[in-house]
Design a protein around this ligand. Structure first.
Ligand SMILES: [Zn+2]
Length: 230
């Protein structure tokens, strides 16, 4: 019985230290920064895609606009040499072209604005990522310091635990592991003033005589193994 209690004590200390490392704020923050950078990366890819599309549209619109302007110039020159009867027709065409190039000009401005805002967003992400990467390095190095501090103790306890394991009755160890698997910890608790040392519930008379006869009994309430403290 003593050996499994010793084993449990070592295991408890070990899990405490491991838990401390796992719940480290530096570790959590580093993970958050990593996620942030990953999200930022995905966003950049999407922005690049949009910027590419918009730039293509922009260039097409610009090309079209330049073509209109060139045609307008030619038409305007023709006004002087055209027959009197055809002047109205030609002016209507010119007006039409003017209107279309105005529309194109508007579209070009809108596209240009969108490209500019995407570029700005892109630059923001890059600059935030720079900060996030810097913070990530700090959190990582802080966490490594924590790890360096706790790891020797953890290694020592692991060694102790495996040495102690060899001394423990395999049946008790199997019970311990099974209870531990079902989230019961500590598994072995002493009888305390006629009650369970884990949940404090009073041990019924029947169980009490079982405890006295076998040295241990399972608590009806919390499932822990109650033992008699020597
Ligand atoms: Zn109990």
């Amino acid at each position: 019985m003593n050996e499994i209690i010793k084993y449990q004590e070592i295991d408890k200390k070990l899990r405490q230290l491991e838990g401390e490392l796992n719940s480290s704020l530096n570790r959590k923050n580093a993970a958050e920064m990593q996620q942030y950078l990953k999200d930022g990366q995905a966003k950049l890819i999407r922005l690049e895609e949009s910027a590419k599309n918009l730039t293509e549209q922009y260039q097409k619109a610009l090309k079209l606009y330049n073509e209109f302007v060139a045609k307008l110039e030619i038409l305007s020159k023709n006004v002087e040499s055209v027959e009197t009867g055809k002047i109205d027709e030609l002016e209507a065409i010119i007006q039409n072209y003017n209107k279309m190039s105005e529309n194109l000009d508007n579209n070009i401005n809108i596209l240009g604005g969108r490209i500019a805002s995407i570029t700005k967003e892109y630059e923001n992400i890059i600059s935030n990522a720079k900060k996030a990467r810097h913070n990530l390095e700090i959190y990582k190095s802080n966490f490594n310091k924590e790890k360096e501090k706790l790891e020797p103790e953890i290694l020592k306890l692991k060694e102790e635990k495996s040495k102690q394991k060899a001394k423990v009755d395999p049946k008790l160890l199997a019970k311990y592991n099974a209870k531990f698997e079902s989230k019961i910890f500590p598994v072995f608790v002493p009888e305390t003033r006629g009650g369970c040392g884990g949940c404090r519930m009073e041990i019924p008379a029947g169980k009490m005589s079982q405890l006295k006869a076998n040295g241990m009994v399972e608590c009806e309430n919390c499932g822990r193994i109650i033992y008699v403290k020597e």
